[in-house]
Design a protein. Sequence first.
Length: 762
Amino acid sequence: MSPKGSGPVAVRRGPIHAAHAVAAAPDLPTELAVLAGTVERVVYHDDRTRYTVLRLAVAGFAELLTAVGRASAPEVGAQVTLHGVWDVHPSHGRQFRFERVLVEVPTTMAGIERRLRRYPGIKDVMAARIVARFGLDTLAVLEQAPRRLLEIEGIGPRTLEKIVEHHQTHVGPIAQLEAQLLELDLPSHLGPAIHERFGSDAIALVRAKPYRLAREVRGIGFSTADRIARALGLAMDSDERIEAGLLHTMELAAQDGNCALPIEILVRKAALALGVAEDAVRGAGEHLVEGGELVLEHGNDGTPLCFSPELVAAEESLAHALAAIANASHRRWSLVELPSNLSAGQIAAVSAVAEHGVVVLTGGPGTGKSTVVRQMLALARAHDEPLLLCAPTGRAAKRLEQAAGQEARTIHRLLEFQPETGRFLHGPTNPLPRGLVVVDEASMLDVALGSALFGALTPLHRLLVVGDGDQLPSVGPGNVLSDIVAAAEKPGSPLGHVRLSEVFRQAHGSSIVENAHRILRGQSLRADEAGAPGEFFVAHAKSPEHAHDLCVRLATERIPEVYGLDGAHEVQLLCPMHRGKAGTEALNEALSARHTAGQAELVIEGGRGQRLRRFCVGDRVMQTKNDYNKAVFNGDIGRVVAVDPSTTTVVVDMDGPRVSYTGHEGLALTLAYAVTIHKSQGSEFPAVIVTLLPEHNIMLRRNLLYTAITRARQLCVVVGDPRSIEQAIGRTDGGRRHTGLARRLSEALGSVVLPRSEDQGP
């Protein structure tokens, strides 16, 4: 390199200490430079941020040079080319601040042999043997067929495993891909997933077709792909970007529970998010419709909607499966003697299951749904009909089992989910055994799970769908229970639907039940009189901080003292959101500190993008995902009974069985003194505290408050701002979703036909 160039020899040789920094700074070139050398030492490397400090041997320099920047795990001895600028650190002196790293690939047999000596388990003799066997193809063998190294004498399975791991982490295309991602200011941990999908074409595709990542790689959304595209200079109004933005808008709609969007709303939302003209969005939408990536059909009320093809398929599958059962000829069951205290509505419900293939039973708290279900099951047993009981969550299944006196399972367990394939064992080609299938808490069913469940049934089955349509709808897309009810209420529908509305005598004195029905009527809450133990109270909070303190005192002092309940495991806090002083995160931390002070604790470091977890003996915890190997499921709640920091193990009593979690397995657990109202669906608790504040404004709906209050068995306390409480009661749009299931089901049942709208474009 020329001393007058932009390379390293443009600066005075030798280390520059802090004392020389001011004098030396003017001599440093500020334009981009290239530095090539050999990594002699890795001074520092952070696996999470990828921040790295290297010492390099560079030709023409007597001493090692320092280079700093973000890079994948480097290896000593690697030949690298760095792109960046020279800088002077106030404490550490002169250093090369790099933005891009290229690891040189050796092209001679001698160079390949030198590289192999840096791999664990490979010494001089072994490196020579490998190169002698594979020649210039050695690195290709390492990348594409590493098991061939077992052909070399002295290499066994353990050594091979170490070699492959080193190659993938430090040398191979994944390492190069991670370097590319870092250069684009993106998380390098996305590299393995991108490489798994696109293989050797991954690097080229990231640069040429970045929006394909959002469509085809799990964990990468539109925002990440857009950052790549913008960094690469792709135009904001490019067809590829607008099409990807349209599909992203549809994904956001699905996250909000919609199976579709009205065309004008979709166009407006996408144009606003992308910062482009609506006409450009319409053109891109027409292209997506032509390619089958968007589908135009009518919604339940005849409004033209834009669907994703996957959700169209799920709705159609669900509709045809239900219609096949409802339209089939079923043997009419003769009624057995019924208890004399059943209401007319309850008798009608039992009669419906005796006559129809599909019956929907709905009703609020205190209306006797559990009593009716027990009578229906007794009727089925009297006619030797096998029973299959299920619910969307583990806790809902346990409640159904306790109420019915019959084994109940989660839908995933009933269908026998196969973790290795991500599919259910039971489906259209392998249906469930015949019998009466009872689905409880059906308001929690999204269209995908509903399609899987009903698709595993045949016309030989009978089906009882039970739920409360006034509760929150499913977290996933769809409004399955409401859509089935809408189809059942069409004139001539073969679906049976009974809504229980009479509140029974034993529930009349319950102020929890009374307030639940007041909410449904849009009336203000009516608290019990203060001074004596009651069921329902409202505590006004001036601020999130005030609400936080009130909740903690109620859960740890007042309720345990007055009601004799275990504050840690019988008092459940329900919040609209995770964040904020009155959200689940802050309340969980405060309650854990109060309930487990002085107990042994375990800290589990979160992985990339995950929060640190701290668990103490005695903590109330919740499982956040299904684990079929451990037989614990999303929503299961337990108590920490032991921790072992030396092995990073936490043992949880899951209401009977004890389950051990080691290492990162513990990240499937979260503190559960406070959970979101959505997460509480299908559960009941002795005492419930609900927070409602202005900071929750975006979430406040009538069905949210109704769902929260109906989780309480003995006591409910609403802690919040009076205006927020009234706002929640007054807003009734919480169950409004854009779907097409009611129309499809009506069509499949033969009661109504609406035109399709393929001829229309966005």
